[in-house]
Design a protein around this ligand. Structure first.
Ligand code: GUN
Length: 292
């Protein structure tokens, strides 16, 4: 069994980006820029956004973090986004989700210029992904695709089973793995909580991608020997032995499932760090489109 090390892979990507950014800075005098927009005070979102900005600074990418009050109106937020759509200093615009209930998330996502849609959530980006055209892949699925490639895991003709159907992970990773291209070309099944017996699907997986959002949900009896396991879950559970009183676990019962797996991502240190690396990668891609 081999552990898929997302931290190490993410560091490699960030180091490469840092080099490329410094080289382009010399030749063009410009650096890529990302604005992150946080509305309200969701503690998890605050942590994620802070990590994203720190990662930008570390690789020489310009970033700005806007912290907006939860009472901000939809129109005010739309105006702010429009300002960044027009600002050439910013190549990527990221509005952290979820948004407060009075703001229509779809409307906000659609207002971001498709050329700055580094989250890959705009309907045009999603459509381009489905029909196999060049686009921004959403960051977490892109990270999964990258990890499978990095570890030389054969995907062609393999059965990828995705558990979860979110717009952020389940649906895009299914579409990526289905593509007729290197690193994909898989047979894909998407299943979810409405399945009467999820085991029927998960046991068939050569590659199992768990994006359910429930701690330790995938157990030993749900997988076959030799399975490759990608755990997208980030769940907080009580842990009196830790100083914080909690610990972070994935959607997969790691201790048990790792006994059967050929490869497995840990939580933390698997898919999580890759999400940020791919956000930087997408922002750099948006930048290169305009500086060249
Ligand atoms: N909330 C949870 N994941 C994400 C993400 O990848 N991007 C944004 N913008 N919000 C999120």
């Amino acid at each position: 069994m081999e552990i898929i090390d997302g931290r190490l892979t993410a560091e490699k990507i960030k180091n490469n980006l840092a080099t490329e950014i410094s080289e382009l800075k010399k030749t063009t005098g410009r650096i890529p820029g990302l604005v992150t927009i946080l509305v309200g005070e969701n503690p998890a979102s605050q942590v994620y956004v802070k990590m994203k900005n720190k990662a930008c600074a570390k690789i020489g990418m310009h970033s700005e973090q806007l912290n907006l009050p939860k009472e901000i109106s939809e129109n005010e937020l739309l105006e702010i986004i429009e300002k960044y759509n027009r600002d050439d200093n910013f190549n990527g615009i990221l509005v952290q989700l979820p948004l407060p209930d009075h703001i229509n998330e779809d409307k906000i996502i659609e207002s971001i210029s498709k050329d700055k849609d580094v989250d890959g959530f705009h309907p045009v980006s999603v459509g381009n992904l489905v029909i196999g055209k060049d686009t921004f892949y959403p960051c977490t699925p892109y990270g999964i695709f990258y990890l499978l490639k990095e570890y030389g895991i054969d995907t062609k003709g393999k059965h990828v089973v995705v558990v979860g159907r979110s717009n952020i992970v389940g649906k895009p990773i299914a579409n990526i793995m289905l593509q007729k291209k290197e690193g994909a070309n898989a047979i894909v099944t998407v299943c979810h909580s409405a399945a009467p017996d999820l085991k029927l699907f998960t046991r068939q997986a050569d590659i199992l991608i768990a994006a359910i959002g429930r701690a330790n949900f995938i157990t030993n009896d749900m997988v076959k020997d030799g399975v490759v396991v990608i755990d997208v879950g980030i769940n907080r559970i009580n842990d009196s032995s830790s100083a914080k009183g909690y610990k972070i676990v994935g959607d997969v019962d790691f201790d048990e499932v790792s006994k059967k797996a050929s490869y497995i991502t840990p939580v933390p240190g698997g898919v999580g760090p890759m999400t940020i690396a791919m956000l930087l990668q997408n922002t750099f891609k948006a930048f290169k489109r305009v500086v060249k």
